[in-house]
Ligand binder design. Structure first.
Ligand code: ADP
Ligand code: MG
Length: 746
């Protein structure tokens, strides 16, 4: 039996790999940390609160040697021994019970895209008037939830439904306080794997991808001789979260919102976002009170939130944390979504995380700010003053450019969902075409690398010039471009196409993996060209030629213009960039052999693990849209149609009254005829959608294609007619709240 972090599995396959991946997630803050300061759980813990069992609580409560050994596991990836687990569990239990906890849960991210938890009591009565502890070291490090109802995409045969949760000591345990009766639960972040070690969750591959990137980035640092004292490179993540808030009583009057988190009907309001008066405007007081409470709860749970403001659309807002190491940031992202939802009802509000809850107004994204940093605190995407570090900076930037160009399709697939389809490619979100915005300054430098010639004369070689020009890059990147899906913003890349309701873990797993592959390529090329310990000149020559080649091959992915414009679509096509318009077009890349090879090479996902994900994502798409179509049919038939018929009778009665009074009303009669025909078309559209949605297709991918080709167009057609009806039917008859009410009652 293998023991990893004290985690024992029946056949040991959770194994060494798990250990190794955990090792890569550590973050040790140092003095040299580059600005802005990264969020650090220990610091947040000491600043705000007592509800995180992080470094501070552990230092206070654990025997010195146990604390040291645990920190060695957390910071250096050393295996955790079982005797420690018992001591830690006891301290964690005491700590949490003191704070009112009654239960603990292994908290994990199954492939549903949500978080899951199964609660167990921390102590139970022993029957003799005493209490029995129910939380041991083994309960801390490993759990066995009944996994049979989580999606596995065929990974787990039904006869072996067991899945294990394994403690991730690098993401601090926290207390979750529910509304009702103040139930307090100790939440322990865990990975979720099958009995034979296959990842059934989103955390495990993320951890593996962080490890893969670290390994390759270290090779590059070694070549530049900047690896001193660096034992690992971690990816950093700061996800900005957009969301809508609407009045909760109105929410309950909309079965579409309640079931699908988006409106399936709704005529455009007279005042949309044309006035642009909401963006960064003053925050309505009810909303501000809500935000305050959200932030307070998040602080207590160790989530370092920082910014809040109104967003572009009416009733749309944003919250952003201080960035953290990617693993912790992804956990915190899930907590953030949960708290946003949970706190809203206390203010009579409903928080909507859907990517496109309202047609015709801006959708919601989750801007994924991503970078790489050494454990000595150096941001590898931050341009520096010294030439050699600038060469290094350019090398990392070019590696990212190459990765995004080579794997644009995979990156696109990583954010594909039924909900995000309504946003990407529509006229207010990043287009579905993946391109990189570099800004004029950096683009200029990249072009100089390509030609190998300098345009301005500054002493030193060509590349030197390019490099020396760099410190002028404004740190806060003066030239912003909201239309680019992947933008360089001074010292990090911002992947803007991520959907507001998605988990951050999967897109970041993909970014880390493709960048790892690219760094591997670069390191290999540089080692070949310059040798192991190159002289500065030799290194400079090698960098110059390797980067030149990369820029030549991959600059097509760089685009600084307007990503929404029709010209860009034509231009992108000419450049051969993929334009995968929706989930159905985007997901098949997951089934390609090259994708499986890539993930396997960097030990992020096995072939069957990727395949299972493709299967689950298609299935989820199918379920989501089918449910939407079903709700549409039901609302249309049982709510909207009766209202329209009632309106028709009123019109008829009015005509009857006019005729009885011998008043000419031909125009009204013509109106009524038109209205009756509209109802006729509406009724037909309901039946058509129902028939198409009821068609049974076996294979999820085929079914998804059917939905794209038939069901979605039928939904659009039905909505179009319903929205026409809404504009005509008497307001007192229309049975669901209008956009005007939903968006402007604050
Ligand atoms: P914006 O102007 O796009 O709203 P900010 O500069 O305030 O953005 O940053 C947005 C997010 O990017 C914040 O969550 C911030 O913590 C994060 N961020 C900043 N630096 C990094 C970095 N090096 N790596 C990852 N995220 C970062
Ligand atoms: Mg941003």
């Amino acid at each position: 039996m293998a023991s990893t972090n004290g985690v024992r599995t029946s056949n040991g396959t959770l194994g060494a790999r798990y250990d190794a991946v955990l090792a890569a997630t550590q973050w040790k803050p140092t003095q040299q940390q580059s600005e802005p300061t990264m969020g650090n759980p220990a610091r947040v813990e000491s600043l705000y609160g007592a509800d995180v069992f992080g470094e501070r609580a552990m230092r206070q409560r654990l025997p010195k040697d146990v604390f040291k050994r645990l920190m060695a596991t957390i910071n250096e990836g050393k295996p955790l021994e079982r005797d420690i687990a018992d001591v830690v569990a006891a301290a964690m239990k005491e700590w949490s019970i003191e704070k009112g906890a009654t239960h603990y849960t292994h908290w994990f991210q199954p492939l549903t895209g949500l978080t899951a938890e199964k609660h167990d009591a921390l102590v139970v009565p022993d029957g003799n008037g005493g209490l029995l502890s129910d939380f041991s070291g083994s309960a801390l490090v490993q759990g066995e939830p009944d996994a049979s109802s989580f999606p596995s995409g065929g990974l787990r045969a039904t006869f072996e439904a067991r899945g294990y949760t394994a403690w991730d000591p690098t993401s601090p345990a926290f207390l979750n306080r529910s509304d009702a009766g103040g139930v307090v639960t100790l939440c322990i972040p865990t990975a979720f794997v099958s009995w034979n070690g296959q990842a059934l969750d989103k955390k495990t591959p993320l951890l593996r991808s962080i490890e893969a990137l670290s390994e390759q980035a270290l090779r590059v640092l070694r070549i530049f001789g900047t690896d001193e004292g660096v034992s690992r490179v971690t990816t950093t993540l700061g996800p900005e979260q957009e969301y809508f808030l609407i009045d909760r009583s109105l929410y309950f009057a909309r079965p579409d919102l309640v079931t699908c988190d988006r409106t399936l009907f709704g005529a455009r309001p007279p005042k949309g976002q044309q006035l642009e008066d909401h963006y960064f405007g003053s925050i309505p007081s009810r909303v501000l009170a809500y935000m305050n409470e959200v932030e307070r709860e998040l602080y207590r749970m160790g989530v370092p939130v920082k910014t809040r403001h109104n967003e572009v659309a009416p009733a749309q807002y944003e919250i952003a944390p201080v960035f953290e190491s990617a693993n912790v940031a992804c956990d915190h992202q899930m907590m953030m979504m949960e708290v946003l939802k949970r706190v809203a009802p206390r203010y009579g509000l409903q928080c909507i995380l859907h990517e496109k809850p309202f047609k015709g107004v801006n959708g919601s994204g989750k801007h994924n700010n991503w970078s790489m940093a050494t454990d000595t605190g150096v941001n590898l995407l931050d341009p520096r003053d010294e030439t050699h570090t600038n060469m290094q900076f350019l090398t990392f930037v070019c590696a990212v450019i190459r990765a995004v160009d080579l794997h644009a399709d995979l990156l696109r697939a990583s954010i594909a969902s039924a909900a995000n389809d309504h946003r990407l490619g529509a006229n207010e979100a990043p287009p579905a075409i993946i391109s990189i915005f570099l800004g004029d300054m950096l683009t200029d430098i990249i072009e100089q690398i390509e030609t190998g010639r300098t345009r301005r004369t500054i002493k030193g070689g060509a590349l030197d010039l390019g490099a020396r020009a760099l410190p002028q890059i404004p740190r806060d990147a003066g030239d912003r471009n909201r239309t680019s899906p992947f933008a360089f913003t001074g010292n990090k890349f911002e992947f803007r196409a991520v959907g507001s309701s998605l988990t951050s873990a999967w897109p970041n797993t993909v970014i880390n993996t493709i960048v790892a592959e690219s760094l591997d390529h670069v390191a290999t090329q540089l080692e070949r060209a310059a040798g192991k310990n190159p002289s500065p000149q030799k290194l400079q020559q090698a960098v110059k030629s390797v980067l030149q080649k990369i820029v030549k091959q991959h600059k097509r992915v760089i685009f600084n213009g307007d990503g929404y414009s029709a010209e860009w679509h034509a231009e992108a096509k000419r450049r051969g960039l993929p334009n995968l318009r929706d989930t159905v077009e985007a997901l098949p890349v997951l089934k390609q052999k090259s994708t499986a090879d890539l993930f396997r090479k960097y030990r992020v996902l096995s072939k069957s693990e990727v395949e299972s994900r493709a299967h689950i994502f298609f299935e989820k798409f199918v379920k989501q849209v089918s449910i939407e179509a079903e709700i549409m049919v039901s609302i249309a038939r049982t709510m909207l149609l009766p209202a329209a018929l009632e309106h028709q009778s009123r019109m008829g009665e009015a005509i009857g009254a006019a005729l009885a009074a011998d008043v000419d009303c031909d125009d009204q009669r013509a109106e009524l005829e038109k209205f009756v025909r509209l109802i006729g078309r509406f009724r037909t559209a309901i039946n058509t959608l129902e028939t198409l949605n009821d068609q049974h297709v076996d294979d999820p991918e085929k079914h998804a294609r059917h939905i794209k080709a038939k069901v979605r167009p039928a939904m659009d057609a039905l909505r179009e007619l319903a929205d026409q009806l809404e504009e005509q039917v008497s307001a007192d008859l229309w049975p669901i709240p209008s956009y005007r009410e939903l968006l402007f009652i604050k």
